[in-house]
Design a protein around this ligand. Structure first.
Ligand SMILES: *[C@@H]1O[C@H](CO)[C@@H](O)[C@H](O)[C@H]1NC(C)=O
Ligand SMILES: *[C@@H]1O[C@H](CO)[C@@H](O)[C@H](O)[C@H]1NC(C)=O
Ligand SMILES: *[C@@H]1O[C@H](CO)[C@@H](O)[C@H](O)[C@H]1NC(C)=O
Ligand SMILES: *[C@@H]1O[C@H](CO)[C@@H](O)[C@H](O)[C@H]1NC(C)=O
Ligand SMILES: *[C@@H]1O[C@H](CO)[C@@H](O)[C@H](O)[C@H]1NC(C)=O
Ligand SMILES: *[C@@H]1O[C@H](CO)[C@@H](O)[C@H](O)[C@H]1NC(C)=O
Ligand SMILES: *[C@@H]1O[C@H](CO)[C@@H](O)[C@H](O)[C@H]1NC(C)=O
Length: 807
């Protein structure tokens, strides 16, 4: 059960200490289930430290409510940091570290001490070293100071008048607890990696203009990436006048700061108050977490960035980041580049070619569509042609490539030659291209995709060496036995006390391979019944259920889809697995799923509410003008392209129709009901799990009717084409008269060679001008989408490309 054979040498002590602490705390808890506050008056471990006493590596302090523990935490072989953590380990046995005194300078496992000197100074000394590794630099004139860990997780040094001489809340490392302020003097700094707690690359801080920002900085580069650096502070809803510079989250999950950064965690105000923390994570995101006590895991309840590729530095130099709903994000080296360190993307990729000598002038350029590298431009060249841009980059020695982008507002293309290729992003959402400079004659070779493997935690060797190492063989053997015995006892205790009544999974990994996106949560049936006022206001039907409008406790308006009882047979776990993946998909043209409910026979899904209903509801009124129709065509294509491509054909929609294209208050489209085809009517067993003929007559691709043809993402392309034709002509494919094939009708009309054919096709009910050229392209693209042969249909991202490049 407790495998000790793998551990060696002095690490025995390292492994034993936190476990011993847990064990002892557990014994305390078991014998005095309610530790009364009278213990607070004790000033010797484990409740406090008085003047002139010290803590050794094996000692610890616990808070009166036993939630927090302070002590020496093992960060590597014979390396310890004085830390505060949540007493109770997670389901996988790991402890959650909240604070560290000496994260960048660990101390030896033996003879290191935290001492409260007679002068009132708190010092941390490494074994046999004269100078302290860390100190609070405090003085106590009243000779009455004592150190205590309080019920909020704050380690306080006070004198007898209650005056605070020093407190850990003033010097956070990467985590804030509820009611612990973020201040201008104390930024949060991420850890270097999941297993290395020393200071890392990301920082949350108050900038000079009083705004809370996230910045990446390593030895070479530095750059702010949140809030969006392309916007002014006020455009991101921040205010620059809060010169007090303070931000704080209360215990119910509401955060507020002087720059108007305000958010509620997804479980704010639910009544029950879980343990919470705000952490500057090693992956560069700032997140709020709540402890799920029954499962022993942290749940993300808010995060600063939902598109992880917007975080700078994540993929290193010469590599691009793309979103992946399974892995979160995926790094890929540029063509003709290889990864420098196979275990760590932050090192980036190096070229496999020798750069040409400068001024040679015959470099070639490799076109990488939908790509961007942020910042590090040598110049800004508006109104430039592609050729001029290439000439410019050939001329500049350190030009590594350039971004070329058509600006719709300005009406011309812009060229940005780059001297550094960092913060790379690849997304069908992004409408610019990168042209990579390669020496003439290089044959472009795309690099293989590599997934960032977050689960492998390398074992760590501390690079500081210690001159004292007298541990002899026999004590080592003794330690090994002690570790094994205590380890076994401890496991029994943990299991008994904390998980005895719950089946728990140990496969969950805390941290960066996040299972649940921010804002996504489980609702109770009662909550949703109340929100929808007993399912009174029906706003739509189809896709396996009825949709109702509702209002949540926090006043958010939602659409609640109640799945038909007959159409779902799967259990809660199965439903959860699928909806959490759907909840993770994040795109401006996809409806956001905010949560679900699975209780008894009830299965409900909770979505954001769209003000202007579906495209179907708006098609026949004159509310949509031609520009809006074109934008709907483009937005819908982008949403589907994201589903198909960034998700690697993971989600086929299978029911694209005007009823599933929803419109927000500005008539921008979002695709809804995706992923449901997999959720509903699963007859289990066969893997190509689509029961035949799914979707809506009139919009269904021919291959649905032929048993032998495979179902691919091209079925959605076909349906999309039909919807576009419907939008342009105003004719519905579902009512007769056209024999179901609108594309033939349109193609016939097009046959006439004269230029007036567009006029004969477009919906005469829609008033207003249209751009003939744009309409022509839209119709032609839609017709290609409706091709009988699925292989002749374009992919959704090709559709996006074609619509974007109408000139
Ligand atoms: C812990 O200490 C902080 C700072 O002194 C104080 O604000 C907080 O109320 C204390 N918490 C408890 C539970 O005593
Ligand atoms: C957070 O919740 C409170 C109380 O429900 C509400 O007044 C406030 O507007 C919410 N804030 C945000 C940013 O949603
Ligand atoms: C890659 O990085 C890891 C951790 O940062 C380091 O231990 C390893 O030595 C590096 N490997 C190479 C080949 O540089
Ligand atoms: C990235 O590629 C450029 C050449 O395009 C090269 O000069 C640079 O050293 C590369 N970066 C790294 C980290 O190897
Ligand atoms: C872009 O350049 C062309 C030719 O140099 C010029 O005719 C046109 O007016 C310019 N457009 C803008 C918006 O400046
Ligand atoms: C942790 O990271 C720091 C900074 O990069 C490095 O100096 C140190 O050697 C690492 N420690 C371990 C134990 O890998
Ligand atoms: C569309 O939404 C806007 C904003 O909510 C609203 O003013 C308008 O009346 C809506 N239009 C229709 C047709 O519902």
């Amino acid at each position: 059960m407790y495998d000790c054979a793998k551990k060696r040498g002095s690490s025995q002590l390292a492994m034993a200490v936190p476990h011993l602490i847990t064990l002892i705390v557990l014994i305390f808890l078991s014998e005095t289930p309610l530790i009364s506050s009278s213990y607070a008056s004790f000033s010797s471990p484990p409740f406090g430290l008085k003047l002139g006493s010290s803590l050794s590596v094996a000692d610890f302090l616990i808070s009166p409510n036993a939630i927090y523990t302070a002590g020496f935490y093992s960060v590597g072989e014979n390396a310890y940091c004085f830390s505060i953590w949540f007493t109770k380990p997670l389901a996988d046995g790991s402890l959650t570290i909240l604070w560290m005194a000496n994260r960048d300078l660990p101390v030896n496992g033996r003879f290191s001490k935290l001492s409260l000197l007679k002068t009132g100074n708190l010092v941390l000394k490494d074994a046999y070293q004269r100078l302290p590794i860390w100190t609070t630099n405090t003085r106590d004139s009243k000779a009455s100071a004592y150190l205590k860990l309080n019920n909020s997780g704050n380690l306080c040094l006070r004198n007898k008048d209650g005056e605070i001489l020093w407190q850990s809340f003033d010097t956070p490392t990467d985590t804030l607890l509820p009611n612990q302020p973020l201040t201008k003097d104390a930024p949060l700094v991420s850890s270097r990696s999941v297993s290395n707690y020393s200071s890392g690359f990301y920082k949350l801080f108050f900038d000079n203009d009083n705004v809370v920002r996230l910045v990446y900085s390593d030895s070479k580069l530095t750059g702010i990436f949140w809030p969006n650096p392309e916007l002014r502070a006020w455009e991101s809803g921040r205010n620059t006048y809060g010169s007090r510079r303070i931000g704080i989250m209360d215990s119910s999950g509401r955060f507020i700061s002087t720059d108007d950064l305000v958010f509620n965690t997804s479980d704010a105000g639910d009544g029950i108050q879980p343990l919470r923390r705000l952490t500057m994570d090693v992956d560069g995101n700032f997140r709020a977490y709540s402890l799920d006590e029954t499962r022993g895991i942290w749940r993300v309840t808010w995060q600063a960035l939902s598109e992880t590729c917007k975080i700078h530095g994540s993929c290193g130099e010469n590599s691009t980041c793309s979103n992946d709903p399974v892995y979160g994000r995926k790094c890929t080296c540029l063509p003709n580049h290889t990864m420098i360190n196979r275990t760590d993307w932050s090192y980036g990729c190096k070229p496999e070619f020798k750069p040409t000598l400068c001024g040679n002038g015959d470099d070639q350029f490799l076109h990488l569509p939908h790509s961007d590298f942020w910042g590090y431009d040598t110049r800004y060249m508006p109104n430039t042609t592609l050729n001029e841009c290439k000439q410019e980059c050939r001329k500049i020695c350190n030009c590594k490539g350039f971004q070329f982008k058509y600006d719709w507002n300005k009406g011309f293309s812009i060229c940005y030659p780059k001297f550094l290729l960092v913060n790379g992003l690849r997304s069908s959402n992004f409408n610019g291209s990168i042209y990579l400079k390669l020496p003439k004659d290089t044959i472009p070779i795309p690099s293989k995709n590599n997934h960032l493997n977050c689960s492998s935690k390398p074992t760590i060797q501390l690079d500081r060496t210690y001159d004292i190492n007298h541990q002899n063989e026999s004590t080592e053997f003794l330690m090994r036995i002690i570790t094994c015995v205590f380890g076994a006892i401890e496991i029994i205790f943990i299991t008994y006390f904390f998980y005895g009544t719950h089946a728990h999974t140990t496969t969950t990994t805390q941290g960066y391979n996040l299972q649940v996106a921010s804002g996504f949560k489980r609702f109770s049936y009662a909550q949703l019944k109340k929100a929808s006022r007993n399912f009174r206001n029906e706003i739509g039907r189809g896709g396996g259920g009825v949709v109702y409008k509702g209002v949540l406790n926090d006043n958010r308006i939602v659409a609640i889809k109640r799945l038909n009882e007959s159409s779902n047979k799967q259990g809660e776990a199965e439903l959860l697995a699928e909806v959490t993946t759907l909840g993770k998909l994040n795109h401006m043209n996809l409806i956001e799923m905010w949560g679900y409910c699975a209780e008894g026979k009830h299965r409900l899904l909770v979505y954001e509410f769209m003000d202007n209903g579906s495209l179907a509801m708006n098609l026949n009124s004159s509310t949509l003008n031609w520009d809006q129709r074109f934008e709907i065509a483009l937005g819908t294509a982008k949403g589907l392209a994201y589903l198909h491509e960034e998700c690697l054909e993971w989600v086929l929609h299978c029911d694209v129709k005007p009823h599933n294209i929803l419109l927000d208050s500005n008539y921008r489209p979002k695709v809804g009901d995706f992923g449901l085809s997999k959720l509903l009517d699963r007859d289990g067993g066969r893997d190509l799990e689509f029961t035949r003929a799914r979707g809506t007559r009139g919009y269904m691709a021919p291959e649905w009717y032929f048993v032998n043809l495979p179902i691919t993402s091209k079925v959605d392309v076909y349906s999309y084409g039909v919807v576009m034709l419907e939008m342009v002509t105003g004719r519905s494919p579902t009512c007769g008269g056209l024999e179901g094939r609108m594309d033939r009708w349109v193609a016939d009309k097009m046959g006439g060679e004269n230029d007036g054919w567009v006029k004969g096709i477009v919906d005469s009910k829609v008033v207003g001008e249209y751009d003939v050229r744009r309409m022509e392209i839209l119709i032609k693209v839609a017709l290609r989408c409706c091709d009988e042969d699925k292989d002749l249909r374009p992919t959704m991202s090709q559709v996006v490309d074609m619509l974007l490049h109408v000139e």
